[in-house]
Design a binder for this molecule. Structure first.
Ligand SMILES: Cc1ncc(C[n+]2csc(CCOP(=O)(O)OP(=O)(O)O)c2C)c(N)n1
Ligand SMILES: [Mg+2]
Length: 545
């Protein structure tokens, strides 16, 4: 049998990880990658408008599928993708970033090639792109099989991107057959035992316990396991676990927590952070959290911290399985999810944020994917009580605007059984809205709800002077964008009144293809959470911010 080429091997190995689509923009050094994807029946090429969009789409896809593939060309392509891939690293999303580079032949001869600085140096950009990954390899025929197992295992261990670079001539050479086995990640048994015993001891002695499940649980597909561990021990947070769960104790976010939740969390004798992420800054209200580190246990992807003790080499899945077998005597917090504010306003009224978000809460159904952009919407949606089995996706930590539009494309393709709904501000949307053309081209068919409030409102809100010119925007005709980009069968509407909004939401749900609603909001009309942050920040920093 003819040996596979290096690039065919790489693409098939990535497909074996459950990846069925490759997002990217082609380029001559990366032609072998595109050819290998196009000729592989297990993986489909998804052309994007630019590399940043492709990286965001791949990040979204990985959130729904566990892993994604991104293909960019040397230097000009990969550098454009970096913000998106770096965001995937911060947010623990596993993207295989495959880059085609100049041939080994031309590298050895130090030729002056396009997409270089003309200095005969070729590895500068490798150093840059590798920073956005947790593992990387420059592939040649001899190391190909071994290096692929190494980078995949490390990317899985951290749930972060892997960067794979292939010189264009090596890509087409036959791979050197080498004996390899996929590396499975096991916990160190002794360390696991000690970690679980230390947690059990703390649980046994605590009269009140809460768990703060982090987004990392979704990324590594351990939501069910986390729920089981929590059911055995304690109470919990948003969308990671259904809000109707009897042990759901609300959303904790310092001063912006849901009613009663702050007291429960800050008053608990023991707080278990599952997944290992907590915030400390202004825009997340993290600065206002009051959690005593002495009462904290942190269960990370690969280690556990109890007080000053760190237990390494312990996998999250194993720790959760062990916790699910524990029994705790701490009382359960029985807390009914809060009712959403009722639908208010007359059909002829202008759209206010007080009237908009309760309508979104009613619009979102069990089984939907909701993709939330940074900006005022990320303060409007989280306080809503959402139906069970709604997956909320947000790039809270990295917070790069434009992400949600790109990620919507990836999530919709990765998870076509669910309806994917994008909730974005128009300023963020301007960064990546050209990807809508590809959403139509590949029948991703999302529902896009774009709030047009005449500028970067969240920034106006976080400053004493809302009128700086840098928070103004070009006045697009947003509702015309899908048709201009070729999505001619999409339902589109521009709505200014509540009556128009209600009718458009109904039509959007009924659309057989995609839907796009431009929602006209007031220039400084903000959701309650943001108004609160606005006042608090002004109090804290006064004119200084
Ligand atoms: C790539 C990037 N550039 C700039 C910012 C700073 N930033 C954060 S939110 C925001 C404005 C968002 O405005 P919009 O999407 O219109 O939402 P609104 O608050 O108006 O509803 C900006 C510019 C960022 N987070 N990421
Ligand atoms: Mg705006």
């Amino acid at each position: 049998m003819k040996a596979a080429t290096v690039i065919n091997y790489i693409v098939q190995r990535i497909a074996d990880e459950g990846v069925q689509h490759c997002f990217g923009v082609p380029g001559d050094y990366a032609f072998p990658v595109g050819d290998a994807v196009d000729s592989n029946p297990n993986i489909k090429w998804i052309g994007c408008s630019n590399e940043l969009n492709a990286a965001y789409a791949a990040d979204g896809y990985a959130r729904a599928r566990g892993a994604a593939m991104l293909s960019t060309t040397y230097a000009v392509g990969e550098l454009s993708a970096i913000n998106g891939v770096m965001g995937a690293k911060a947010e623990r999303s596993l993207v295989f970033h495959v880059v085609g580079m100049p041939s080994y032949q031309n590298q050895r001869l130090r030729k002056t090639m396009h997409h270089t600085l003309g200095d005969g140096i070729f590895d500068k950009f490798i150093d840059i792109s590798a920073q956005a990954a947790c593992s990387h390899a420059v592939i040649n025929p001899d190391n190909c099989m071994i290096e692929m197992e190494r980078v995949i295992a490390e990317a899985r261990r951290n749930s972060q991107p892997a960067y794979i670079v292939v010189p264009s001539d090596y890509a087409q050479a036959p791979v050197t057959p080498t004996e390899v086995r996929p590396l499975t990640l096991k916990s160190n048994e002794a360390s696991l035992k000690k970690a679980v015993a230390a947690i059990a001891e703390r649980i046994k002695n605590a009269k009140s316990i809460v768990a703060l499940p982090a987004f990392t649980l979704s990324r590594v597909g351990l939501r069910k396991e986390a729920r089981e561990a929590i059911e055995a021990t304690t109470s919990m947070e948003k969308s990671i676990i259904d809000e109707s769960h009897p042990q759901f104790a609300g959303m904790y976010s310092g001063a912006l927590s849901t009613k009663g939740t702050r007291e429960i969390v800050e008053g608990a004798e023991l707080v278990i952070d599952i997944g290992g992420v907590s915030f400390n800054d202004e825009t997340t209200m993290g600065f206002s959290t009051r959690l005593d580190p002495a009462r904290f246990i942190s269960i990370g992807l690969n280690d556990v911290r109890v007080g000053e003790q760190i237990f390494g080499n312990v996998r999250l899945a194993d720790t959760l399985a062990a916790l699910a077998k524990l029994k705790s005597v701490a009382p359960r917090y029985k807390r009914k999810p809060e009712d959403n504010p009722s639908i208010n306003g007359k059909p002829s009224d202008k759209i206010t944020m007080d009237a908009l978000y309760p309508r979104y809460a009613k619009f979102i159904r069990s089984g939907d994917n909701v993709v939330l952009e940074s900006g005022s919407s990320s303060f409007g949606v989280p306080p809503l009580t959402l139906p069970d089995d709604v997956q909320v996706h947000i790039q809270m930590l990295w917070g790069s605007i434009g992400w949600a539009t790109g990620a919507t494309f990836g999530i919709a393709l990765a998870d076509p059984k669910r309806k994917t709904i994008l909730i974005t501000g128009e300023g963020s949307h301007q960064l990546t809205a050209n990807e809508i053309g590809n959403m139509g081209r590949y029948s991703a068919n999302p529902i896009i709800l774009c709030l047009n409030n005449d500028g970067y409102m969240v920034e106006r809100a976080l400053e004493p002077n809302p009128d700086w010119s840098y928070n103004d925007l070009a006045k697009w005709r947003y509702a015309d964008v899908p048709h201009a980009l070729g999505c001619t069968d999409w339902f589109t509407a521009r709505v200014e009144t509540l009556g128009e909004l209600d009718a458009a939401l109904k039509a959007a749900r009924e659309s057989k293809s995609g839907a796009y609603i431009e929602v006209i909001g007031g220039r400084m009309d903000m959701p309650k959470g943001l108004a609160f942050a606005h006042t608090r920040l002004k109090e804290l920093y006064g004119e200084a911010i």
